[in-house]
Design a binder for this molecule. Structure first.
Ligand SMILES: *Cc1c(COP(=O)(O)O)cnc(C)c1O
Length: 436
């Protein structure tokens, strides 16, 4: 019997009602081929599909599930919260509790506003930056993804990189014209843009560790230069820490690299697996938001009590001593195991890793920006992915997405994964692929 029979049937049905059968493009497996397994349940490091297959999960809902699936402490808190009501459209103490935790983890955030997605967070952070500076243009980086708001879809990485959509139809040219794009890790290009458009640039928005063109770490001095240039030219520096916040360190990339941005965008982990986003920063800037100030932004479900509850419980676990050390240990042994398996098989690849974010790039060259990331052999990646899936490893279904290691991944999970990767790479080699 076919291993994915039920999922195939469900995927077929889904395509009748949902464009491409999914609610977010990368889930459709277009970049790697085959049918996406339809998931019924997750527990710890594992997910289970409609055909009864079990997988070790390295997607973790694309980052939020740093504790793994269905952590009992989070589930219990959610059960209690749901009994009290799912949404009020009125203030709750939970919002202040989670806000306080975030502000104390990230001192550059003096105040923040909760929204329902990372997209809303970046979209509003830019509106706020424009209002604060009285300028229209922004700088982003090629391969940087900041959600799907109009004007941020220029050279957007991951889903867009995967599908090869250079820009999205439906975005007015006038929006895109205010978006200036520089290569990642290239502070000189940023300086040139500031010089070409004096007094016009409101903000530089950056993923402090790029994680939507595969994982690309900031080169020494890059973030420091962005901080200096932004201040010098009167623009705000916005760190999009939707992935990196509470991921690369409890205090995010700003703690890891010791840089204070003017505004920070968050999402994913701070909602513990429920829909959430947040943006925050210096008090004088944040107080421009309505109702304290004139910049408008609202949300029917913003600060939702269930999302706040899952976020609070997740941060409680993450603030315990030793947590990030454990993530680092597991992730580094996975990275080491992959590199060893590759050199044993004689396959040319690069393991890029920052903390518990990891990408296997099928290229022999260093990856420092979007151009070099695009040199990776996506067909080879697809074969690699299928080999892992058939061995019960659910790797991200795109060359340009990060794999996420969680606290639920045990040493044994990591060893099982390394063995599967070893087998996958030997198989590719036996087919004459991936020559060094
Ligand atoms: C996921 C992500 C977003 C968008 O968040 P959504 O909740 O999917 O809207 C924005 N920025 C970065 C860096 C992300 O990884």
């Amino acid at each position: 019997m076919n291993k994915f029979e039920h999922s195939q049937k469900l995927f077929h049905e889904a395509q009748h009602y949902l464009p491409g059968g999914v609610d977010s493009p990368v889930r459709a497996f277009k970049a790697v081929g085959g049918t996406p397994p339809f998931i019924v349940r997750g527990q710890g490091s594992r997910i289970y599909d409609e055909d009864g297959n079990e997988f070790i999960d390295y997607v973790g809902s694309w980052g939020p599930l740093i504790l793994g699936h269905s952590r009992p402490r989070v589930v219990d808190a959610l059960k209690q919260a749901i009994e009290r009501g799912t949404s009020f459209g009125a203030p709750t103490q939970l919002e202040t509790t989670l806000a306080r935790k975030i502000c104390s983890a990230m001192p550059a955030i003096e105040m923040l506003r909760f929204v329902n997605s990372g997209t809303e967070a970046t979209m509003t952070a830019l509106r706020l930056a424009r209002a604060f500076t009285g300028r229209d243009k922004i700088i982003k980086f090629a391969g940087g993804y900041h959600g799907h708001a109009d004007g941020l879809l220029a050279k957007g990485g991951s889903g867009l990189a995967t599908l090869g959509i250079p820009d999205s139809p439906g975005v007015p040219l006038s929006y895109a014209q205010n978006t200036l794009v520089a290569p990642y890790n290239n502070a000189e290009a940023v300086e040139q843009l500031f010089q070409r458009y004096p007094g016009e640039i409101a903000a530089v928005i950056v993923e402090p560790v790029a994680a939507n063109m595969g994982v690309v770490s900031p080169q020494p001095g890059f973030l420091t230069s962005l901080r200096r240039l932004s201040s010098e030219f009167g623009a705000l520096l916005i760190f999009d820490e939707v992935i990196t916040g509470f991921r690369v360190a409890y205090g995010g990339a700003q703690a890891l690299y010791g840089i204070a941005p003017d505004l920070t965008c968050l999402g994913k982990i701070i909602g513990g697996g429920l829909p959430v986003g947040a943006y925050g920063g210096r008090r004088e800037i944040m107080e421009m938001m309505a109702p304290a100030g004139p910049v408008y932004q609202a949300g029917t479900l913003s600060g939702n009590p269930l999302a706040m509850t899952a976020g609070i419980e997740t941060l409680k676990v993450l603030s315990q001593p030793g947590v990030y050390h454990q993530l680092e240990k597991r992730a580094s042994s996975l990275a080491k195991g992959i590199a060893e398996a590759a050199s044993k098989a004689g396959i040319s690849l690069r393991v890029a890793r920052v903390a518990s974010l990891l990408t296997v790039f099928f290229t022999g060259q260093p990856v420092v920006d979007y151009e070099s990331a695009k040199q990776a052999e996506t067909t080879l990646f697809g074969r690699f992915f299928q080999q892992l899936l058939s061995q019960g490893i659910y790797w991200p279904p795109s060359q340009f997405e990060a794999a996420f290691i969680s606290l639920a991944h045990s040493d044994e999970d990591i060893q099982l994964t390394i063995r599967a990767i070893d087998k996958a790479l030997s198989f590719l080699k036996s087919k004459g692929l991936g020559h060094s």
